[in-house]
Design a protein around this ligand. Structure first.
Ligand code: BGC
Length: 356
């Protein structure tokens, strides 16, 4: 495989299936440690396997680990990656604030660190950050609710509830911030009402992004605020796992007693959520093509190890408390029932059968 062709394929984000099985292209036996948070959520499985196949195709050895959302497990896995001679670390953190000490070890051994999807906080050992534009994810979710409810035209008042993600995940604040910057003016002028009164980040956060936690909170909100027939018009959910829990609660405890079904946002285009979209139980999701994120990250790894320029398109937004981390932000895309075939099936992300 010619190196130029390889980099074109890497840049296109389509390398994963194309290159598996090819002979490595002269990167020696450098080893890349890839630490993923959990196998519980579909997207991290895709991220891990895309990273593994694309790194192998580029000629690297890969140590891929999943940590069952347990912080100590992730720290131990990273320690092992450092002691077993990884040349670069790619880390999707469970808790962005918990890796400072272990990353000091990486720094002492001059091992560069790429924060993958989630920023690692309060550590100057982070070399680059590869992610999607997280604020834009939230903006798109907020704008969807704004458009669907006709808020710009002055319509309302409408009832809305809010679910965001794990407080230890820096992304959650960007998703929440992006959406609330669109929606807060309508809360302030009364076009949106939040009957539960739960609006602040800490009260709407969901530990570990867990569906069952979102489901329990939604059930409690329904029984306290909507059991009397009050109509719920929209639920802002920062991602698909929270949307999934909210949907379960609504199907079991709301739908039967009300004539409407609310707008529900999401993110990731997980298979279960795309199925819910097709069944009218979730309104939209944000598609973040994990193949593209993996290919940008592999470009970063390659640049670090070859001493060339890494791809970076943002040097301002992501201050981790110790430094502004040079970042590459991929673009998140709006998805709903009207464009999912083009986005998800024709692009080869899923087969039509997977969405049956
Ligand atoms: C990711 C989302 C994901 C969430 C839960 C976030 O950091 O950016 O895509 O849904 O974590 O795993």
């Amino acid at each position: 495989m010619k190196k130029r062709l390889l980099s074109v394929l890497l840049a296109s984000g389509m390398v994963a299936t194309t290159l598996v099985g090819c002979t490595a292209g002269g990167s020696g036996n450098k080893k890349v440690g890839v630490a993923m948070p959990t196998k519980d959520l579909q997207r991290w499985n895709q991220d891990g396997s895309n990273m593994e196949s694309q790194l192998k195709a580029a000629g690297y050895d890969v140590d891929l680990q999943y940590a069952s959302n347990d912080i100590n497990t992730q720290v131990t896995q990273i320690e092992n990656m450092i002691s077993s001679g990884c040349d670069v670390l790619v880390i999707a953190s469970i808790d962005g604030d918990s890796l400072g000490t272990v990353l000091d070890q990486a720094k002492n051994k001059n091992i560069p660190v790429i924060a993958y999807d989630r920023l690692i906080m309060n550590s100057d050992a982070v070399t680059y950050y590869a992610t999607f534009d997280n604020y834009m994810v939230g903006t798109k979710q907020g704008q969807y609710i704004e458009e669907q409810l006709g808020l710009k035209d002055g319509k309302g008042p409408y009832n809305m509830e809010i679910f965001t993600g794990d407080p230890g995940d820096n992304n959650a604040r960007f998703f929440y911030g992006g959406a609330m910057d669109v929606l807060n003016p309508y809360i302030d002028n009364g076009q949106i009402v939040v009957p539960s009164g739960q609006i602040e980040f800490d009260t709407v956060a969901t530990a570990n992004w867990a569906s069952d936690a979102a489901q329990s909170r939604m059930e409690a909100i329904i029984s306290s605020n909507y059991a009397d027939g009050t109509v719920l018009d929209a639920v802002l959910c920062s991602n698909d796992s929270t949307a999934f829990g909210v949907t379960n609660a609504l199907v079991a405890n709301y739908e039967g007693n009300h004539d409407n079904y609310p707008i529900i946002t999401g993110q990731d285009c997980d298979i279960a959520n795309v199925k819910n979209m097709l069944a009218g139980k979730q309104s939209m999701s944000i598609f973040k093509d994990t193949r593209t994120l993996a290919s940008k990250t592999v470009e970063m790894v390659d640049a670090i190890l070859k001493g060339t320029q890494a791809p970076v398109n943002d040097t301002e937004t992501y201050n981790n408390g110790k430094k502004v981390v040079p970042s590459y932000l991929c673009e998140p895309v709006f998805a709903d029932v009207n464009n999912y075939e083009e986005l998800l099936i024709k692009s080869g992300y899923y087969t039509a059968d997977q969405l049956q």
